[in-house]
Design a protein around this ligand. Structure first.
Ligand code: IMP
Ligand code: MG
Length: 334
């Protein structure tokens, strides 16, 4: 199963992957997507983990935690997160991952175009992808500190799929930030749709049986670029849906659920299931609810409206920050 972001990132993928990991017990959780420009947050047992490189499924101790060759790595951040999550014995980094160097970070932060006009996260991802395209980048295999983690991720993942085991592929960013399908030039430095997420970890399209596309009940965007359903800051404050970025601390722009963007996102990702997150933040009385029947009527209408428009079943609904605040409808709807 691939977990992908449907809007402009920050849909709550981290929490959803953590839930799926604990509930479905995959043998492997493989991180795909761009790199440490992502900030995925997991709230588990009163602890808050903000991860940028390791899969958020680390909370399930039975899974191997891999970073696919398509993902950019900042070795310092990888090593820090291995320590933070105490997961060194089960982490694997593909030897072909592109390494972000300090010069890439400097370029990203000092460029008037990247930092100023586009509003990048300043984590060096764009310049590192340029270095890879120019064939001058360092790879993970060139970094001695990573030696004990190096592995062949595509081989591990395909061996596992060959044994009919469950593999979870954790995407990062969101569909609207895709370099190819998004709001160019206000996008990230790579495609972010499901096909590329599969390629990031070395899985062919015929091997993917499920694409779980995540939408937040409202939309947020950090950085510049078009945002058709954007609302005034005061309106977001009135609704209580103000947000700040995990990586950059920037205040996020907020808007209403965008059905046009969502339809295109469903189409290009080939979504088979949808998750709606942050329902509790939009609808009073839905916080912490774990069964669909107990949701307030307006929240249920909203979910049914989404299903009617997007024609894909909503199988997971997140009703709070903690992993256990979720409505899982998969056994009823699939
Ligand atoms: P970059 O990926 O750092 O080059 O930034 C390009 C654009 O993508 C900027 O608008 C960033 O705010 C946005 N972006 C990149 N990664 C994320 C993410 O994980 N969540 C939200 N926005 C992101
Ligand atoms: Mg984020």
């Amino acid at each position: 199963m691939i977990v992908a972001g449907g809007f402009w990132g920050d849909e709550g993928k981290g929490k959803v992957v953590a839930y799926l990991a604990l509930n479905d017990k995959p043998k492997i959780i493989a991180r795909a997507g761009v790199g440490p420009n992502a900030g995925h947050t997991v709230y588990s047992l009163d602890n808050k983990f903000g991860l940028r490189q390791l899969p958020c499924g680390f909370v399930y101790k039975g899974a191997r935690l891999l970073i696919g060759p398509g993902v950019l790595i900042n070795p310092e951040i990888v090593l820090k997160e291995v320590k933070l999550t105490d997961s060194g014995d089960r982490v694997g980094v593909d030897h072909r991952c592109t390494v972000i160097e300090s010069s890439h970070i400097e370029q990203d932060r000092s460029s008037a175009h990247l930092k100023g006009k586009i509003g990048t996260t300043g984590t060096g991802c764009g310049p590192a992808n340029v270095a890879r395209v120019n064939r001058v980048a360092k790879l993970a295999k060139d970094i001695p500190e990573l030696e004990r983690f190096l592995t062949d991720v595509p081989q591990e993942v395909n061996d596992s799929l060959g044994k009919n085991e469950l593999v979870l592929i954790e995407g990062s960013q969101g569909f609207g930030l895709s370099l190819i399908h998004g709001t160019y030039p206000y996008v990230t430095s790579k495609d972010t749709s499901a096909c590329t997420l599969a390629a990031d970890v070395g899985v062919g399209p015929t091997k993917v049986d499920d694409v779980m596309l995540i939408f937040k009940a409202y939309v947020s965007r950090v950085g510049e670029g078009p945002f058709p359903t954007e609302m005034a800051m005061e309106e977001a404050e009135r609704l209580g849906i103000v947000e700040y970025g995990t990586v950059t601390g920037r205040r996020r722009r907020i808007g209403a659920f965008d059905f046009d963007l969502a339809k295109r996102s469903v189409m290009i990702n080939g979504a088979t299931q949808l998750t709606i997150t942050c329902l509790d933040r939009l609808f009073k009385g839905s916080s912490g609810i774990k069964s669909y029947g107990q949701l307030p009527a307006n929240a249920k209408e909203f979910i049914e409206h989404i299903e009617g428009e997007l024609k894909v079943p909503v199988t997971l609904i997140s009703t709070g920050k903690d992993i256990k605040n979720i409505i899982d409808l998969r056994s009823e709807k699939l």
